[in-house]
Design a protein around this ligand. Structure first.
Ligand SMILES: NC(=O)c1ccc[n+]([C@@H]2O[C@H](COP(=O)([O-])OP(=O)(O)OC[C@H]3O[C@@H](n4cnc5c(N)ncnc54)[C@H](O)[C@@H]3O)[C@@H](O)[C@H]2O)c1
Length: 404
């Protein structure tokens, strides 16, 4: 499979500002850092670790981060968008050597993390692990590049640390806000279509940070989660799964202990989540999960991209022709990144109520704006999101500049 472009079909994406390929001198594993664009000298984007990660994938993800940042531009907000970046390490996170590889990668990237690249957890890594490895690599923090942009660095860092200490029913706030935004995107689409939540069924691929939180918020909103998939395969129940029991049975990598399954829960093959009889599909695991072949199995009306780049462009075209709407990653999963900055810059305080309320409000506004633009121009929601970004990037560049 080839990596898709995240740009509109009409224009090739501009080349990224900077691409680095690193080779671990101990294991030979490779790692990548791509800075797509800077705003005020800084770019934001998580770090993922997975076997098979490529520079092409990280380049697309970095471009996506530029878009997520731009989409959350609020001229009245305290948080001013940054540029986009992404890191990726080609290594299985469960490999016993993985932690050492992560530390050495961060050590090699230290000058960029200190000055331009703010990062955090993504696929295969938890924030705790990134924080521990960053400290071992001699860094003050994985987001220290943004500190010079803060009015009151001490208060801002305190606020973010306090927010990270908040837990809601056994899950950290930082691991919930992203899924809160994904769920709100799905709910906004259901509302526009007039489908009652109680009549909507959901199938999720991935029950880690994003998939787990999305499943929680959607099931608490009254939807029935009929299937979830993790690396071991799909768990399904047409009458609805016990989401909280599955969440409690996860290991650190988001794999569900099958001993927690109830009678009536079926263990199915990996791809079964695609055809689980759900109205809403939430790919929340790997990139390129839905391609031109397996899209045929999709019977859902909406695909809500919690993961980055889960639907290949060829699949999206075929899905659109069948009336399946894809809500794009750059909008849907942008909540986590924005929450970090809303909290750090002081748009919200360090508590769950404010975080969820602000996330819901912002995501709903963004989805509504995206879908309204798509309807107005007769284009896909993804093309509409890209059009919104294209309007904003020159404004950001003009007002704030690339470099400090
Ligand atoms: N964590 C974040 O803050 C964040 C924010 C925005 C977007 N994302 C994107 O969301 C996606 C998931 O990230 P995450 O942080 O939740 O990851 P995670 O590591 O916490 O969880 C990944 C989940 O996917 C499952 N999985 C992995 N490979 C799979 C496969 N081949 N088939 C089925 N299931 C598989 C794992 O078992 C696990 O349940 C990624 O695309 C990531 O880029 C994450």
């Amino acid at each position: 499979m080839t990596a898709p472009s995240t740009a509109p079909a009409s224009a090739a994406p501009p080349a990224p500002l900077m691409s680095i390929t690193w080779t671990d001198h101990v294991t030979g594993h490779r790692g990548f850092l791509v800075v797509d664009r800077l705003v005020r000298g800084v770019a934001s984007g998580g770090l993922r670790m997975r076997a098979g990660c490529t520079l092409e994938e990280v380049t697309g993800l970095a471009r996506g981060m530029t878009m997520k940042e731009a989409l959350h531009y609020d001229p009245d907000g305290r948080y001013i968008p940054l540029g986009g970046a992404k890191g990726g390490i080609d290594c299985d996170p469960r490999d016993p050597a993985a932690y050492g590889v992560l530390v050495r990668f961060l050590r090699a990237m230290r000058p960029t993390v200190e000055s331009v690249w703010t990062t955090g957890e993504d696929l295969g890594l938890t924030q705790d692990l990134v924080d521990r490895a960053a400290a071992e690599a001699g860094l003050v923090s994985s987001i220290q590049a943004v500190y010079p942009l803060l009015d009151d660095e001490r208060a801002a860092r305190r606020r973010l640390a306090d927010a990270f200490a908040v837990e809601v029913d056994g899950i950290g706030l930082d691991a919930l806000v992203g899924g809160c935004g994904v769920a709100e995107s799905a709910l906004a689409a259901l509302d526009r279509a007039g489908l009652p939540y109680a009549r909507a069924r959901v199938s999720v691929q991935g029950l880690g940070t994003m998939g787990g939180a999305t499943a929680r918020f959607l099931s608490r909103a009254g939807l029935s989660v009929v299937a979830v998939a993790d690396v071991k395969g799909t768990i399904a129940n047409p009458d609805g799964l016990d989401v909280e029991a599955l969440l409690a049975a996860r290991d650190a990598y988001g794999t569900v202990d099958r001993a927690a399954l109830r009678p009536g829960d079926a263990e199915l093959p990996a791809d079964a989540w695609l055809s689980a009889g759900a109205e809403v599909l939430v790919p929340a695991a790997v990139s390129y999960a839905i391609d031109a072949d397996n899209q045929r199995a999709v019977t859902a009306r909406w695909i809500v991209e919690a993961a980055n780049m889960p639907v290949l462009p060829a699949a999206e075209e075929l899905l659109a022709a069948r009336g399946v709407t894809v809500l794009p990653d750059v909008v849907v999963n942008s909540g986590t990144n924005a929450w970090w900055w809303w909290t750090l810059f002081g748009d919200i305080g360090p508590d769950a109520e404010q975080a969820f309320a602000h996330t819901r409000r912002s995501m709903r506004a963004l989805i509504d704006r995206t879908l309204a633009r798509a309807e107005r121009d007769g284009i896909s929601p993804r093309a509409a999101a890209h059009a919104l970004v294209a309007d904003r990037l020159p404004v950001l560049a003009e007002r704030f500049g690339w470099y400090r």
